[in-house]
Design a protein. Sequence first.
Length: 340
Amino acid sequence: MSKTNDKILAVPTNIITGFLGVGKTSAILHLLKNKPVNERWAVLVNEFGEIGVDGSLFQGQYGEQSGVFIQEVPGGCMCCASGVPMQIALNQLLRQAKPDRLLIEPTGLGHPNEVMQLLSNEYYKKILSLQKIITLVDARNLADKRYTEHETFNQQLVIADVVIGNKFDLYRKLDQERLIDYLTASTNKTNQLYFIEHGKIKTDWLNGSTEHVIKTKSNSHNSLNLHNSAKNNVVNTEEIPKSGFIKAVNQGEGFYSVGWRFAANKLFNKEKLLSLLNQIDAERIKAVIISEQGHYSYNITADTSTETPIKYCTESRIEIVCTVIDENWQKRIFQTLVID
């Protein structure tokens, strides 16, 4: 990448995509752990939920002092509404980080073709160098029509340069073969197919230009520059009221999200909270919390539950993505707070 006279040019850029709960965040955390020490990496993360947890999760483990810069776009597909939220966040991130590599994580329910279209427009053509598009997939889901008949799931595979069968340690005997057959029939993309556990992507897989070509559309917002600024999602940034929490709900693509932000003085009993979160029937649960024992992050899917100590978080956040919202969840979550 070149940074002549503060210009940002040809930043190596990878899209890391995949459906809900496939392990994109874990994969990016693994990549950040193994990035070259002397490089600055930027991560633009998009979440389906209005609250947004991933940004706090990344920042709780990697800070700017370690050469990692994070920007978050919560509240649905960041390429919607003419791509303005994504462009504003991306421009701010590039200006702040001046990165040696950019990783973009669209929401698991987002449309990667539209993200790619925006990144390929005339404005970003010189700023970004689009490299391998990585799609993570859990091969076990190929037995479920909710996935194989979902447009976004299939679009994520079509757009991929590299397909990664994640959670390989949990596969049954025929799952690996089923993914190979599915790719052969639908995309014929088996030449760069890898199987891994726990999101352990190799940094080498990021390198090389993407082979995906997409026709771009000219539109009026291509002229946004790196000095634009705007508020992010209001629920994600507004001041928490005296009640000590904010709740937000979102829906789309057949799923719901419900999330909460809690003021820093609301301390959780982490054992009680983790026990509750593991009982909730949901596609995916993420949280960063302040507890009486310190700061922790949680990443929970149908078959995995991870608790990780983090350096800090400024407030507690919990986000649940599901097909049905249980109205008792809020009451039960409040019951895990430490009472003064």
